[in-house]
Design a protein around this ligand. Structure first.
Ligand code: SF4
Length: 432
C-alpha cells in the first residue's frame, strides 16, 4: 500500500498484513516490492528524510502529459483532512529543479501538456521565500509552441495575494484558462469549523476577479456536504453559490470522518439527511450546462491528447480547457486541430474539423446519424430472413412450418390442403 491513508494510519486492522511504502519513501518502491514478493512484510514510514528526487524515472499514464508535483504537504490544518497527517507541512521543490524537469519533459521527451499538482498550488514557495507567480513566470518560458500548461488545485487563501499575476498567467497563450479552487462550503460558519482559513467572500473575490479578467475562464470547485456542523441554512448557502457560478466541474463529496482527525470526533449528521443533501446538489449540478445549444457552430482550436472512452473520438481541449470531442479519424494525438461544434452534452462539445464539409454525415457518430437508424435495422431484417430461409431450406426442412407458421408459404407447401387435394384430383402434372 502507498499513499496518505496508509502513511497516516498504519495500525488500521486492514493494513496489518501488507507492506507499506510511505509518502517520503517512494524512491524505494522497487526494494519494497522485491521483499514483498519474497514473502516479507516491509513498512517504510519514516518521514524524516528528504523528498524523492523530481528526476526519478517515471512511466507516464499518457506519454503526452507530464504531471509535475511542485510541492508536498501544505500550510493548513483542515479539521477533516487525513492528507495533512500523512504529508505534513509544506515542502516546495526548488524552482530551478521544477523548471529543468518541465524543460526536459517538453524538449527531450516530447510531452505536450504540463499539469502542475500539489496539495495546494497557491502555497508553493512560501517555505523558501518565493511565491507561485515566480515559478509560473519561469515555467512559461520553457513551454514550446504548440504545448500547454494547466494549473492544479489551489486553495483560496494564498492566491488571493496574487490575483493580478495569476490572471496574467492564465491569459498567456500557452496556459489553459482553467482554475480549480476547492471552496468546500459556502457557509462561513462551516468554513471556520473546517479551519479553511478563508470565507465565502474571499472565494467570490477570486472567482469574480478571474471571470472579469480572464476571458472564458473555466472554474472548477469541490464541495463537502453534511460536514458535522453543517445546518440546513449552511447547506442552502452552498447550493446558492453553485446556482450563482454554475461551476462546469463540481466535485461533490459527502463528508466521511477520517479516523484521527479533529472532525471525526464530532457527531455525524444523519446518513439519510446527508444523502438527501448530496442528491439535491447533484441534481442542481445536472440541471445546468456550460455547453448550451447556442454554442453549436462555434469554431475552436483544440489540442488533442487522448482517446475518448467511446473509442470513436479524440479528446481535445481549447484555451479555456473545455472538453471538445473530435472524430478519431481526424485526430493526430498531440496536435492542434481547428474544429466546429456540431452538438453539445453536459460535459463536452462534439465537433468536426473545419476542413471537412459541414454536412458530411460520416463525421456524425453512427448512433446519432438518422440514416444509420434506418439502414442498420433494414440490414438486420434482411440477415434474419436469409438465415431463416437457409435453415428451412438446407438444415432443417419444415422448420418454418413448425416454428414460424405465419411465414410459411401456404401456396407451395406440399402439406397444405390445396396441394393435397390437387394431387388427389390428378391436377398436378410432374415433368421429368
Ligand atoms: S485539505 Fe487542508 S490540510 Fe488537507 S491537504 Fe488540503 S489544504 Fe492541507
Amino acid at each position: 500500500m502507498a499513499g496518505c491513508v496508509s502513511q497516516a494510519a498504519p495500525s488500521e486492522p486492514w493494513l496489518q498484513n501488507v507492506s507499506i511504502v510511505g509518502v517520503k519513501q517512494i524512491d524505494r518502491i522497487v526494494e519494497v516490492v522485491g521483499e514483498t514478493l519474497k514473502g516479507n512484510k516491509v513498512r517504510l514510514l519514516t518521514r524524516n528524510r528528504p523528498d524523492a528526487l523530481l528526476s526519478l524515472p517515471k512511466m507516464r499514464k499518457n506519454e503526452l502529459i507530464e504531471v509535475l508535483s511542485i510541492s508536498t504537504g501544505c500550510l493548513n490544518n483542515c479539521t477533516y483532512c487525513k492528507t495533512k497527517m500523512a504529508r505534513g507541512d509544506l515542502v516546495s521543490y526548488p524552482l530551478a529543479d521544477l523548471v529543468e524537469q518541465a524543460r526536459a519533459a517538453f524538449h527531450e521527451e516530447g510531452v505536450k501538456e504540463l499539469w502542475l499538482t500539489s496539495e495546494d498550488l497557491g502555497a508553493w514557495g512560501r517555505d523558501i521565500g518565493l511565491v507561485l507567480p515566480d515559478l509560473l513566470k519561469e515555467l512559461v518560458k520553457v513551454i514550446p509552441d504548440g504545448s500547454m500548461m494547466r494549473l492544479g488545485m489551489t486553495n483560496p487563501p494564498y492566491i488571493l495575494d496574487h490575483l493580478e499575476e495569476i490572471a496574467e498567467i492564465l491569459n498567456h497563450p500557452k496556459v489553459y484558462a482553467f482554475l480549480h479552487i476547492p471552496v468546500q462550503s459556502a457557509s462561513d460558519a462551516v468554513l471556520t469549523d473546517m479551519k479553511r482559513e478563508y470565507s465565502r467572500r474571499h472565494f467570490e473575490q477570486i472567482a469574480d476577479y478571474m471571470i472579469e479578467h480572464v476571458p472564458n475562464i473555466y472554474i472548477a470547485t469541490d464541495m463537502i456536504l453534511a460536514f458535522p456542523t453543517e445546518t440546513l441554512e449552511d447547506f442552502e448557502e452552498s447550493m446558492d453559490l453553485v446556482r450563482k457560478y454554475k461551476f462546469p466541474s463540481l466535485f461533490i463529496n459527502q463528508y466521511y470522518p477520517r479516523s484521527g482527525t479533529p472532525a471525526a470526533r464530532l457527531k455525524k449528521i444523519d446518513t439519510v439527511e446527508a444523502r438527501k443533501r448530496t442528491a439535491a446538489m447533484s441534481e442542481l449540478f445536472r440541471s445546468y450546462t456550460r455547453f448550451t445549444e447556442d454554442r453549436i457552430g462555434e469554431v475552436h482550436n483544440v489540442l488533442v491528447t487522448e482517446i475518448a472512452a467511446d473509442k470513436l473520438h479524440g479528446v481535445g481541449h481549447n484555451k479555456s480547457y473545455e472538453q471538445i470531442l473530435v472524430p478519431l479519424e481526424y485526430c493526430k494525438m498531440g496536435e492542434w486541430i481547428e474544429v466546429r461544434v456540431t452538438s453539445v452534452t453536459k460535459f463536452s462539445m462534439i465537433s468536426k474539423p473545419t476542413s471537412q464539409p459541414e454536412d458530411d454525415d460520416s463525421l456524425v457518430p453512427w448512433n446519432e446519424n438518422p440514416w444509420y437508424m434506418v439502414i442498420y435495422p433494414l440490414l438486420f431484417l434482411i440477415l434474419l430472413l436469409s438465415t431463416i430461409y437457409s435453415v428451412d431450406r438446407f438444415i432443417s426442412p419444415g422448420f418454418v412450418e413448425e416454428w414460424l407458421p405465419f411465414l410459411a408459404d401456404t401456396e407451395t407447401d406440399p402439406n397444405n390442403d390445396w396441394y393435397m387435394n390437387a394431387l388427389e384430383r390428378d391436377d398436378v402434372v410432374f415433368y421429368e
